[in-house]
Design a binder for this molecule. Structure first.
Ligand code: ADP
Ligand code: MG
Length: 258
């Protein structure tokens, strides 16, 4: 048997034979998937295909029935979600989990503090606070919110909140970013801004992107996997996906967006 390379040389994420059922429903049906270092890998498929269920198993909020998940060369299949986050698995949520009464800057600061295992009290040390604020402002600038640092989350637009969620995830220095429908509910201009942001992040972080906006997926993805009824029916480049008859019949021919 040929051993797969481990750690930095191998794929950042290696999923093998993953299976998850909810009663009679097979939500994840033998999924095998590799995400390489620096790759933007899109996961597409109709509503109910099992995309979010796969994401929640990768981040550790849901335990698979069988199969394995290796992250950064380590078997994390049974590791708790917060420990996976500490290893560098970053995610954003379909439902926002930002602190609405805090400013954008405070939300990112809170995320940095969580990563470092500290509490918000550590910000009472002025020198330490200054260093952390600089880091937090860098993350906000990275997602295009440099000018919005002092605004409370409740006053930000929908697209800006999505950008902030990504800044909060980046503050934890992820090796892999899991993005579940970052463009859901955004207007055309906000979606275009999100596409530009993901394009800027591409290559710096490995990204698993679940997204229905096929224009964005085709513009961004290095490779795309198509999930239908819990099974990956095809993985390939944009060109391979576009020209695959099975994919067209199962997904692309059906609808371009959901
Ligand atoms: P997608 O994100 O691709 O739209 P989901 O992963 O949310 O799909 O759901 C896949 C299937 O699993 C759906 O049929 C959904 O109803 C079902 N499902 C998801 N979570 C649960 C759960 N906690 N209990 C029972 N069924 C679930
Ligand atoms: Mg979903």
């Amino acid at each position: 048997m040929i051993e797969e390379p481990q750690g930095n040389a191998g794929p950042v994420l290696a999923i093998d034979g993953l299976r998850k059922t909810f009663g009679a429903l097979v939500a994840t049906d033998g999924v095998t998937l590799r995400i390489n270092q620096g790759e933007l890998h899109a996961l597409i498929g109709p509503n109910g295909a099992g995309k979010s269920t796969l994401i929640t198993q990768i981040c550790g909020e849901l335990r698979p029935d069988s199969g394995s998940i290796r992250f950064d060369g380590r078997d994390v299949t049974r590791l708790k979600a917060h420990l996976r986050a500490r290893l560098g698995l970053g995610r954003t949520f379909q439902i926002t989990q930002l602190c609405q009464d805090f400013t954008a800057l405070e939300n990112v600061l809170l995320s940095i503090e969580t990563r470092q295992g500290g509490s918000f009290d550590m910000l009472s040390n002025p020198r330490r606070k200054a260093a952390l604020v600089t880091q937090a402002r860098d993350r906000l600038a990275e997602v295009g919110l440099g000018q919005q640092a002092e605004r409370r989350v409740a006053t930000l637009g929908h697209g800006e909140r999505r950008q902030l969620e990504i800044a909060v995830a980046l503050a934890r220095r992820p090796k892999l970013l899991l993005l579940d429908e970052p463009m859901a509910g955004l207007g055309p201009e906000e979606s275009a801004a999100m596409t530009r942001l993901l394009d800027a992040l591409k290559g710096q972080y490995a990204i698993l992107l679940v997204e229905h906006d096929m224009d964005a997926v085709f513009a961004l993805a290095d490779r795309i996997s198509v999930l239908v009824y819990g099974r990956i029916i095809f993985t390939g480049t944009v060109e391979e996906i576009r020209s695959n008859p099975e994919v067209r019949a199962a997904y692309l021919g059906e609808k371009r967006t959901c």
